[in-house]
Design a protein around this ligand. Structure first.
Ligand code: KG4
Ligand code: ZN
Length: 376
């Protein structure tokens, strides 16, 4: 079947068209078209995503991206014999939460209009399930066929979801069933990266910038005189807290640079210690959950999954570090392109949901945005 998928939960607009077959256990995808637009440059002056602007950009770009995708997939009017026919798309998948509600609505209303016009089912997709299944996506630049065997993924599966809006540890005793066993009680880890970056004068989005500075500092391998806290590291549950860490950076800056002007060395020191602290919190709780639930597969996804230090630490936790003689568990990361928001992952989740629900979905107009939607 051919699926069109749409993503507008934050500041990325995306439309993907692919051919899917094989059912849940043996799904395979052939990407026919994949088009996206990042709004990062537009939001830079605001130091974060400005919701009204995000909505305006999604609404403006969706018809343009759809047109490009239909043409790329050779499903546009020029490539159809009967010009009056609708394109041969069998279903539309759209993100309905979590995210910025006003941005989600831009995608939902667009998808609803199309689903009605083309008379196809509308599959509402949880953005976080999209991040989990993003590990199955092929690098979207290469349009090769991608097959995967879900039946080969050993359960229980643990997913560490780390993005600008979420920090969650999700347990799946069975594939596509979710229990949130831990999450941030305040800021998401990506949000903390972005806020600390702003404090030390780096542009939005700060995650990659902090990570770059931290890597430079790590390579220098010098002794650094600063120490930041690891909030909730030894709490009994699997929760996280990043707001206190961010405030500790603020106080540290006031102490070492009362005039607010940090030297390049000070910025590097802060970036390194902040990254070490944040990633240590994620790693420690993940390792604890792996032990407690006897996890066989670990998935790490979301924007922060692009972080190199996080990847290295997760390799250690799952037994893939050099010299480890113990038992290894499977570790899966999405490709770099698919770690941040994209419509390909929404399409994959949409196809799996379509099969699981045997193609039965409510009326198109019943799909509503839910900014606080949770996995269950
Ligand atoms: O999943 P995503 O694209 O959007 C949300 O759903 O939030 O994640 C974006 C977040 C931002 O906070 C960004 O700073 C962070 O991911 N990020 C990183 C890195 N690359 C992106 N954080 C740390 N290190 C990175 N290399
Ligand atoms: Zn996301």
């Amino acid at each position: 079947m051919k699926i069109l998928s749409i993503e507008t939960s934050c500041d990325d607009t995306g439309t993907t068209i692919f051919e899917a077959k094989g059912g849940i256990q043996n799904a395979s995808f052939k990407v026919l078209a994949d088009n996206s637009n990042s709004q990062i440059k537009i939001h830079i002056p605001y130091g974060g995503v400005y919701p009204m602007l995000a909505k305006r950009e999604h609404t403006k770009n969706l018809p343009i991206l759809l047109k490009a995708s239909l043409r790329e997939a050779k499903l546009d009017k020029r490539n159809r014999k009967n010009k009056k026919n609708k394109p041969p798309v069998d279903a539309i998948a759209v993100t309905y939460g979590p995210g910025l509600e006003i941005a989600l609505w831009a995608g939902i209303t667009f998808a609803q209009d199309l689903a009605q016009k083309w008379d196809v089912p509308l599959i509402p997709v949880n953005h976080m399930e999209g991040h989990i299944v993003s590990i199955f996506g092929k690098n979207n630049i290469e349009k090769n066929e991608r097959k995967f065997k879900i039946s080969k993924l050993k359960t229980p599966i643990l997913s560490l979801l780390v993005s600008g809006g979420h920090t969650q540890l999700v347990l799946s005793k069975k594939w596509m069933e979710y229990e949130i066993i831990g999450e941030s009680v305040d800021d998401a880890v990506g949000e903390a990266f972005d806020k600390v970056a702003r404090m030390i004068g780096l542009p939005y989005p700060g995650g990659p910038q902090i990570s770059k500075l931290a890597e430079e500092a790590r390579l220098q391998n010098k002794k650094r005189g600063i120490k930041l806290p690891r909030p909730m590291l030894h709490s009994k549950n699997f929760n996280f807290s990043f707001s206190g860490l961010k405030t500790a950076v603020l106080y540290l800056i006031r102490e070492i640079a009362p005039n607010g002007k940090l030297t390049k060395k000070q910025k590097r020191d802060i970036a390194l210690e902040f990254e070490n602290a944040a990633i240590e919190c994620l790693t420690y709780k993940t390792a604890k959950a792996i032990d407690k639930y006897k996890i066989k597969t670990l998935i790490v996804s979301g924007g922060v999954a692009a972080n190199k230090h996080l990847k290295n630490e997760m390799l250690k936790v799952t037994g893939h570090a050099k010299g480890w003689a113990g038992k290894k568990i499977k570790l899966l990361f999405p490709t770099r392109e698919l770690s941040t928001d994209n419509s390909l992952m929404i399409g994959i989740a949409g196809y799996l949901r379509f099969i699981k629900q045997k193609g039965k979905f409510g009326p198109v107009q019943s799909v509503k945005a839910n900014g606080r939607l949770r996995l269950s």
